[in-house]
Design a binder for this molecule. Structure first.
Ligand SMILES: Nc1ncnc2c1ncn2[C@@H]1O[C@H](COP(=O)(O)OP(=O)(O)OP(=O)(O)O)[C@@H](O)[C@H]1O
Length: 922
């Protein structure tokens, strides 16, 4: 602002000074001519002395005036720019002008800096044959336009039919954003197209002015928003390449453009002839200030009588810096809370609609309405390239809604498929409570299985609602109006990077797509609204359009800056406007399925993490921070700890009935409820569990032995069984054949000690005595009675038994360890004996089980096994690519298909005391 005020004052001063100087110059010239004549006369008359004085007087006078003028323009020669987005190069400096005089001492002539009005003010027409001077002047003007305007503010377009490539040095800008420097138009057709595009831009901005007489700069300053777009069109060798239509277009752009941010520099080469019937060059010149480059020098139309010496060309190597600045350009921030309307916290009802305020367009708030019966806009599609403000936009949308509606009016399911922490603070881990009370489930680092399960949960909810509503109208509004006591919150489902759901061509993808389609088409009636966000929609559009266009159910399109291809994907085939956005946080709001006519530019308000946390704290306070309503958080990258396993045990009470089935807890479901998953150990034959596959990746994954999933699953199983039995005489036999490093990393010693405090009898075997123990199982099973207290053999690393089928005759053995294990497998469950064992290799497990025991194990938990092994285990159609902490659990009796679980982590060193205390309190 300051810079502009100074610029205006300085401009005025300059104009005044130049006017004075013109008068002076004219008077001087007349006087000079008169005096010259007199001089000659006098000289001839021999009065040489007097003539000398006269010349001296003139030199002194002009020097005095020059000093005064230079003083007047000093401010102007150093324009003030604060580097903000509102800066615009209103004037560009061309060089120094010297007053044409016939004085013998030209150095004594006055000189002034020459500034040309440009953006927001006018156009320039530069005539002269193509030369270094012409090229230099053009480059200098473009360079200043870019340096003196806010970064990324001005787009340069060019018409270059003779391929002069005068602007080649600015090409780094095109790498930042293809619209910052578009390829030059060279053919007549391209020139016409470019001018049509510019005219459309001009018209769109004129519309935005709504009849106000103003310039774009004034409008921006008034609104505090970088609305509209500044563009500089550079034409070389006019009229070459210009058809009559293009010339008329150019004239229109020159006439109407400057006030709305489009200025033009036209180089006219007198060597080129115009197409007959086209407006003459003079007509162009009437819309511009003129500069003439001739052999006699450079003259400007606005300083007649002065000759200009152009400034040296600027250092064009700095264009890379300009490009870098443009890359980092950011919209002015609009505070999230300032942007929100003045409504009471958590006081709105969602019977008719949901309303959120996400930013501003000029001074007007940008409000989105979902679910309204008249507008029929129910779902939102969001896109934005990396780092363009998508996370912020989603957080703004979520929190704007959360402020208005209480959780009884609005519930949310939030899913994030990218590795990120955006949603994490919304989960229930925070203290004091600052989670999002509206969130039912939050999926961080979600995987496809989880995503698909959220969608099927929502489909189930939708069906539940459909049944409820029967007889009360066919949509949520009617249902709620029919009887105000009907409580039915609307549900908002936000899925960031949702395309990940369709990454593979498999069952999960198919299921997810089918559910998503149902929700998108029918969910609206039941108050379920989808917000799907993505960086890269273009890859999946074809897939989604094949399904009869899911996107046709998403009237609201929100596009942050992205490539032209993405812009087409999120908006419309003909709509590349998102590629021309300039800032992070600048948004194209389109409420009409991406139709190009409905584009509206806005700036998303900016929500700071701390501000949102405080807001959520207030929301938690207001809604009573009902702990039973904490969101369930599923973090795909993390396995639940044993301490959490223990918390989940609170649901599994000790049963006084000793014959009741006990459940060995192994992990949690990959779904909205994130529930404990157990394997029931009943007295039926086959109730054993085999864990198979590597428990941790071999190397380089960042997952260490301390996270060994096989150990974690079996520790949780043992701990949960102990919790269910306590002191009823049950036994847990730990067979620890783990390599020492794994055993130590997973705190097996501490774990066994803790288990011992639970009331069950714990015994432990290792490599040294495992053979004898396994052999003894044969007799043990034979001697047991059905009423005996259960015994659970929990074997960690059974494939490390070296002499599994070895009959040790030397010691008089009559059975092998294999016989003992087979006896347990075959006959154990009816007499309360169960095996839970881990083999890291499927081959070894098959060898161990052999024909004798095949089919005697109902439960298989596969960890890191190959796809072939997974198909051997679960059937030829199984797709299993374990990535992260996941296991595929199949209870062959209970279900026809395996399901994905997240196995618990082994006992962590940091949790030893916590888990010990928990077990002591059982
Ligand atoms: N509306 C906005 N106003 C001001 N600054 C913003 C706005 N939106 C984003 N920014 C700036 O851009 C940065 C990136 O924003 P954000 O994390 O939302 O981007 P993103 O598109 O989600 O990025 P990514 O996909 O890479 O995680 C923010 O840290 C902030 O500095």
């Amino acid at each position: 602002m300051l810079g502009r005020a100074r610029t205006i004052r300085a401009t005025q001063a300059l104009v005044d000074a130049v006017a004075i100087l013109h008068q002076v110059a004219d008077r001087d010239r007349q006087a000079l001519e008169q005096r010259r004549a007199d001089d000659l006369k006098q000289l001839r008359a021999g009065f040489a002395e007097e003539a000398g004085d006269l010349y001296e007087d003139h030199a002194a006078e002009t020097s005095r005036r020059r000093t005064a003028l230079n003083d007047a323009v000093t401010t102007f020669s150093t324009p003030q720019h604060d580097g903000g987005p509102f800066d615009v190069a209103e004037y560009v400096r061309l060089g120094q002008a010297t007053l044409d005089t016939d004085l013998p001492d030209r150095a004594a002539s006055p000189t002034i800096p020459v500034w040309a009005p440009l953006l927001d003010h006018g156009n320039l027409v530069l005539t002269g044959s193509w030369s270094d001077t012409v090229a230099g002047l053009i480059r200098s003007m473009v360079h200043q336009t870019l340096t003196d305007s806010g970064p990324g503010q001005v787009r340069i377009r060019s018409v270059d039919p003779s391929v002069r490539s005068a602007l080649a040095a600015f090409s780094p800008l095109a790498d930042v954003r293809d619209d910052l420097l578009t390829p030059p138009a060279t053919s007549e057709h391209e020139v016409e197209e470019m001018l049509q595009g510019l005219l459309a831009d001009v018209r769109a901005t004129v519309d935005m002015f709504q009849g106000r007489r103003s310039t774009l700069g004034q409008l921006r300053r008034e609104t505090g928003q970088p609305i509209g777009t500044y563009q500089l069109l550079v034409v070389t060798d006019f009229p070459a390449g210009f058809s009559r239509r293009a010339t008329e277009g150019l004239l229109n752009v020159m006439r109407a453009g400057p006030a709305v941010g489009v200025s033009t520099i036209v180089h006219v080469d007198p060597a080129f002839r115009s197409t007959p019937g086209t407006p003459a060059v003079d007509t162009l010149a009437s819309q511009a200030e003129t500069i003439a480059v001739t052999d006699q020098g450079v003259r400007t139309g606005w300083l007649p009588g002065w000759t200009m010496t152009p400034d040296p060309e600027p250092d064009l190597t700095t264009t890379a810096d300009l490009a870098e600045k443009a890359r980092g350009a950011q919209a002015p921030q609009i505070d999230f809370l300032d942007c929100q309307p003045n409504v009471d916290l958590l006081s709105d009802v969602s019977t008719h609609r949901l309303t959120a305020t996400i930013g501003r367009a000029g001074q007007r708030p940008v409000t989105l309405t979902l679910g309204d019966e008249i507008d029929q806009r129910h779902n939102i599609l969001v896109s934005g390239a990396v780092g363009q403000g998508k996370s912020n936009l989603l957080m703004v949308l979520i929190h704007s809604l959360a402020m208005r509606y209480p959780p009884s009016e609005l519930e949310m399911h939030l899913l994030d498929f990218k590795e990120g922490v955006t949603l994490e603070p919304l989960g229930a881990r925070s203290s004091p409570p600052s989670w999002l009370p509206h969130a039912v489930s939050i999926g961080l680092n979600s995987d496809r299985t989880y995503g698909a399960s959220v969608l099927s949960h929502l489909v189930a909810e939708f069906e539940r609602r459909a049944t409820l509503m029967r007889g009360h109208g066919d949509n949520i509004t009617k249902y709620r109006l029919a009887d105000p006591s009907h409580r039915m919150p609307r549900i908002l489902v936000v899925i960031d990077e949702f395309q990940v759901l369709f990454d593979a061509d498999d069952d999960t993808s198919e299921r997810a797509l089918a559910d998503l389609e149902r929700l998108a088409r029918k969910g609206r009636a039941y108050g379920i609204h989808l917000v799907l966000a993505s960086q890269t929609l273009s890859g999946i559009t074809s897939m989604l359009t094949k399904q009869d266009g899911i996107f046709a159910q998403f009237p609201i399109r929100l596009a942050l800056k992205n490539s032209a291809a993405e812009s087409r994907a999120v908006l419309d085939q003909n709509n590349t406007a998102a590629a021309r956005l300039r800032y992070r946080g600048e948004l194209l709001v389109n409420l009409d399925f991406g139709d190009v006519e409905s584009n509206r530019r806005a700036t998303v308000c900016w929500a700071q993490d701390r501000q949102l946390a405080q807001l959520r704290q207030r929301l938690c306070d207001h809604s009573g921070a009902d702990h039973s309503r904490r969101p369930t958080t599923f973090d795909g990258a993390h396995a639940p700890s044993l301490a959490e396993a223990h918390q989940k045990l609170s649901g599994i009470r000790r049963s006084p009935d000793s014959t009741a089935a006990r459940s060995a807890l192994l992990g949690t479901t990959v779904d909205v409820r994130s529930e404990p998953v157990g394997f029931a150990l009943t007295a039926d034959n086959g109730r054993h569990l085999a864990v198979v596959g590597a428990g941790a990746p071999r190397s380089g994954s960042g997952i260490s032995e301390a996270d060994n999933q096989a150990v974690g699953a079996l520790q949780a199983a043992a701990l949960s069984l102990a919790a269910q039995h306590g002191g009823d005489g049950a036994q847990i036999v730990i067979v620890d054949l783990l390599p020492e490093t794994t055993s130590t990393a997973c705190n097996m010693n501490e774990f066994t000690n803790i288990l011992g405090t639970s009331g069950v009898t714990v015994t432990r075997y290792d490599n040294k005595n495992v053979d004898d123990y396994l052999i003894s199982l044969n007799d043990m099973i034979e001697s047991r009675q059905p009423d005996d207290a259960p015994v659970y053999v929990v074997a960690f690393g059974l494939d490390r038994v070296r002499k599994f089928r070895h009959l040790d005759m030397a010691r008089g053995a009559t059975v092998t360890p294999a016989d003992g294990v087979h006896a347990l497998l075959r006959d154990g469950p009816p007499v309360g004996a169960h095996l839970l064992a881990w083999w890291s290799s499927l081959r070894v497990m098959n060898e161990h089980l052999g024909l004798e025991a095949s089919g005697t194990v109902d439960g298989i938990l596969a960890l890191r096994v190959t796809s072939n092994d997974a198909q051997d285990l679960f059937g030829p159609f199984t797709v299993w690519k374990p990535d992260g902490p996941r296991g595929l659990l199949h209870d062959r009796v209970e279900s026809s298909e395996p399901s994905v679980i997240v196995p618990f982590r082994p006992l962590m060193t940091a949790q030893i005391d916590t888990v010990r205390q928990m077990v002591e309190q059982l």
